[in-house]
Design a protein around this ligand. Structure first.
Ligand SMILES: [Zn+2]
Length: 404
């Protein structure tokens, strides 16, 4: 058993001041009969130790009921508004000062489990929260939406998340989402490296998923079918889960059997279309130079080709768009733009700075910072600003090929 706080979890953010004011008004301490703020509500008794009269007992019971009700309301409010533990502690201290019978600590109020069943697995700590539990919880929270739905489509994400800059401690959560809803956590691995066995890491999850795929999920005596919609992972996580070679290997293409060529790094320049990889071929381990082992997903009949989408952020934004701009900025002589041309592009971009609506995450920056452009900036360049800022610099033909 390991204390969850050692895993460095913090799922809670922000606190709403307006709601707090409303709450303080609703629970006006002057309307309640509370003897002492420092007393534990459960162990409180009369100061002189005498027996209470029936009237006093009634008052006492009513007061306990109302403080229990207040505790429940506060706990619901804090969870709904994602109130931080420190903010909730402060609120509790304020309310206690006003004479309300409330616990001192947010953890007592929210009944946070002090310990969780963390097991040692795959070279680190592992905690399984459950897939069916998560889906059922979602269904019960959105009864109307799921009432007429016969089939539930699940999307999964598996990824490594570094926790701190100074250490290698990382989390490997398995997340599940039903389209249109916030994802929930199925299991979490925490260790100094990625899980050392993909079979062990996925075992609990795949066993439960297989059961759900075969028998569906029962909601109020109605069985709803369950289907896997996709696995959305970045390239290293895909290689890990699918048991294939990394994205910089010669036979790393996940869609066809092409062999890359070496040009400072492995590149795929061949214009010849190679045979596509198929689920049958993958399941029969036909791709010896691509697969490094047998993925546990195959055992429960999941497709390792069609279910794994290739991510837009790395392929398009940080891939093609960044490569194209790098060629324009510092590529070979045939395609490199002159210093003056680059200056015009940067000026055009800076002219748009501050003018992009707030729906955009970032404002355009000069090409001097191209190395540090984030994926959203590259996407903005591709879809919105690119054709405009390049218009006076490159040929219309280039713009129509690259952007339209
Ligand atoms: Zn390919």
């Amino acid at each position: 058993m390991t204390n969850i706080s050692t895993l460095g979890f913090n799922f809670i953010v922000g606190c709403n001041n307006v709601e707090f004011k409303k709450l303080a008004t609703v629970y006006n301490p002057n309307t309640r009969d509370v003897s002492s703020s420092d007393k534990d509500p459960i162990s409180s008794e009369n100061d002189d130790g005498s027996l209470s009269s029936s009237l006093e007992e009634k008052d006492e019971n009513a007061s306990q009921d109302s403080s229990q009700e207040l505790e429940i309301d506060l706990a619901v409010w804090a969870t709904k508004n994602k109130c931080t533990r420190s903010a909730l502690n402060e609120l509790l201290a304020i309310l206690r000062k006003q004479g309300l019978r409330l616990p001192k600590d947010a953890r007592t109020l929210l009944r946070t489990p002090r310990t969780v069943d963390v097991v040692e697995k795959c070279g680190g700590n592992y905690f399984y929260m459950g897939l069916e539990n998560g889906v059922l919880k979602l269904i019960h929270q959105n009864v109307d939406y799921f009432a007429d739905l016969e089939q539930i489509q699940l999307t999964f994400n598996i990824d490594g998340v570094p926790l701190f800059k100074s250490t290698n401690v990382q989390l490997w959560p398995i997340l599940c989402s039903v389209q249109g809803f916030e994802p929930f956590v199925v299991s979490i691995f925490c260790g100094n490296h990625k899980p050392n066995s993909v079979e062990e890491y996925l075992n609990d999850f795949l066993m439960e998923l297989q059961e759900m795929l075969q028998n569906g999920i029962q909601v109020n005596e109605i069985i709803k079918q369950v289907e896997v919609f996709a696995f959305i992972c970045d390239a290293p996580a895909r290689a890990f889960v699918k048991c294939i070679k990394g994205h910089n290997a010669y036979y790393s293409c996940e869609r066809c059997v092409v062999k890359g060529t070496w040009n400072g790094r492995v590149v795929f320049n061949d214009e010849i279309t190679e045979a596509p990889r198929t689920d049958d071929g993958f399941q029969n381990s036909e791709y010896e130079n691509h697969q490094v082992g047998k993925s546990p997903l195959i055992d429960i009949g999941l497709s390792c080709i069609k279910l794994f989408s290739l991510d837009y952020m790395h392929l398009v934004c940080l891939g093609v768009v960044k490569r194209m701009l790098t060629f324009l900025k510092q590529g070979p002589r045939e395609c490199r733009l002159s210093y003056q041309q680059l200056t015009i592009i940067s000026e055009n971009l800076l002219n748009l700075n501050g003018k992009m609506p707030r729906e955009f995450a970032r404002q355009p920056r000069s090409t001097d910072y191209l190395d540090r452009w984030k994926a959203t900036e590259l996407r903005q360049f591709l879809l919105y600003t690119g054709p405009i800022v390049l218009k006076s610099v490159v040929s219309a033909n280039f713009i129509s090929i690259s952007f339209l």
